[in-house]
Design a protein around this ligand. Structure first.
Ligand SMILES: Cc1ncc(COP(=O)(O)O)c(C=O)c1O
Length: 420
């Protein structure tokens, strides 16, 4: 691969998605120039269309106040339904299998109320030992709430000694080992620390083969890697919208419930917005859930929190996830080649090398230990490269294909390689 600056320019020139970059606001580097932003795995950039979309909601509130719930063109009553088709395309689902609502951990709890139905014999939950803390806290709390001891009932699977990524065959073996007592398997689509993308279809089959339910935390996967939740038979999934989906800090999250559960009379932590729209305002005594994922809604949606997502999803629709994934694989491979060639003596790439086993993120571990890693991270920061640091020793860099360029990757590595 040609790793010169001129070659990065040529790659950007040939990139069919390149024009999207101009549709985003970039933060400033210490130099006053736009920063080299490689942190979309943490908080995506603000689309230029966001302000107008939020302003539209504010203007409707001014002009129409309560009447905007039902007003033509304002759609507050069904605002989340306008997001569902785009979300469905991103996660590989039917429109009625997804809904935009609440936040990621809250949605996991709500989904657990329906999908974690422990019995005396089948009660354990399998997660990865390195799972995002919120997931572990939530699963432990669910176990404790149902009277189980997490020390026994939370099965935590770690990578092999000396390895950072989990192997699918080891997860399968653990699922089989736990077999009869396993109620639920909850895994990430893309692991937050290593950037590893798991084979979700394979693991869904393994969990369901022993009679367990299979759920996904897609925080780092949605808008990043190809997903086919319906065809993979995933029981349920939840995600946040502030990372690759560029929905803004604390943005309204989303969830998926597979169609095969839509007719089941599943218990749920109901609220009035989950009641079918047809009778919602009749205020009946009895709760009749809306069919599909929308029936898991609880409260009326935060319109101001959803407006940025609407602007962002329009961009995803304009480009299409296939074109994005195609660019993403090239972009990440290009950053990987630059790191190997120019920073390889200083850092090791923890993320899997195969394009299908990762998304946009590369996780780097400093060969010289934590202090060397911190020093390198600070060099990145001083040079206007925004990535992030995860204790104890990982720098994460994520070129997001909607707004990052091959030039960004070149610039990031150039900024520190003279001193690394
Ligand atoms: C993998 C994963 N799970 C859960 C969360 C928690 O999300 P929230 O605070 O939106 O509930 C995060 C946040 O970054 C995450 O990365």
């Amino acid at each position: 691969m040609d790793l010169t600056f001129e070659a990065s320019r040529a790659l950007d020139h040939a990139d069919p998605v390149a024009a999207m970059r101009a549709e985003f606001h970039f933060p400033e580097a210490p130099s006053g120039q736009p920063a080299t932003y490689l942190c979309g795995n943490s908080l995506g950039l603000q689309p230029r269309g966001t302000v107008a979309e939020v302003a539209r909601v504010l203007a409707d509130w001014q002009r129409l106040a309560v009447r905007a719930h039902h007003g033509a063109g304002t759609e507050w009553l069904t605002y989340q339904d306008t997001l569902a088709p785009s979300l469905a395309r991103l996660v590989g689902a039917a429109t009625d299998e997804v809904t935009a609502m609440a936040s990621l951990t809250i949605n996991l709890h709500l989904l657990m109320a329906s999908f974690y139905r422990p019995t005396r014999d089948r009660y354990a939950i399998l997660i990865e030992a390195g799972s995002f803390p919120s997931d572990r806290y939530a699963m432990s709390a669910q176990l404790a709430n149902r009277g189980f001891d997490p020390a026994d009932a939370l099965v935590q699977l770690a990578p092999r000694e000396g390895e950072r990524c989990l192997r699918e065959e080891d997860i399968e073996a653990a699922i089989q080992r736990e077999g009869g007592r396993l109620a639920l398997v909850l895994l990430p689509g893309v692991q937050y620390l290593t950037g590893q993308c798991l084979d979700m279809a394979r693991l869904a089959r393994a969990a369901q083969a022993v009679g367990a339910r299979f759920g996904l935390d897609l925080a780092h996967a949605v808008g990043n890697v190809p997903l086919a939740l319906h065809d993979w038979g995933v029981d349920f999934a939840a995600w946040c919208s502030y990372k690759y989906l560029n929905g803004g800090p604390g943005a309204t999250a989303g969830l998926f419930v597979h169609a095969r559960h839509h007719d089941a009379d599943l218990p749920r932590l109901a609220g009035w917005y989950g009641n079918e729209l047809r009778t919602r305002f009749q205020f009946d005594e009895r709760f009749v859930p809306e069919r599909g994922a929308a029936g898991w809604q609880v409260s009326n949606g935060p319109i101001l929190g959803m407006a940025p997502l609407r602007a962002s999803l329009a961009q995803f629709d304009a480009v299409g996830i296939d074109a994005l994934v195609d660019k993403s694989r090239k972009l990440t491979a290009y950053l990987e080649a630059l790191i190997d060639a120019r920073l390889g003596a200083a850092v090791e790439v923890l993320t899997p090398r195969e394009p299908a086993r990762r998304g946009a993120q590369l996780s780097l571990r400093a060969r010289g230990g934590r202090e060397a890693g911190r020093a390198l991270f600070e060099q990145f920061t001083a040079a206007g490269v925004i990535g992030d640091w995860r204790e104890p020793d990982v720098i994460r860099l994520a070129p997001a294909p909607l707004y990052n360029s091959f030039g960004d990757c070149w610039q990031a590595v150039e900024a520190v390689s003279a001193r690394a």
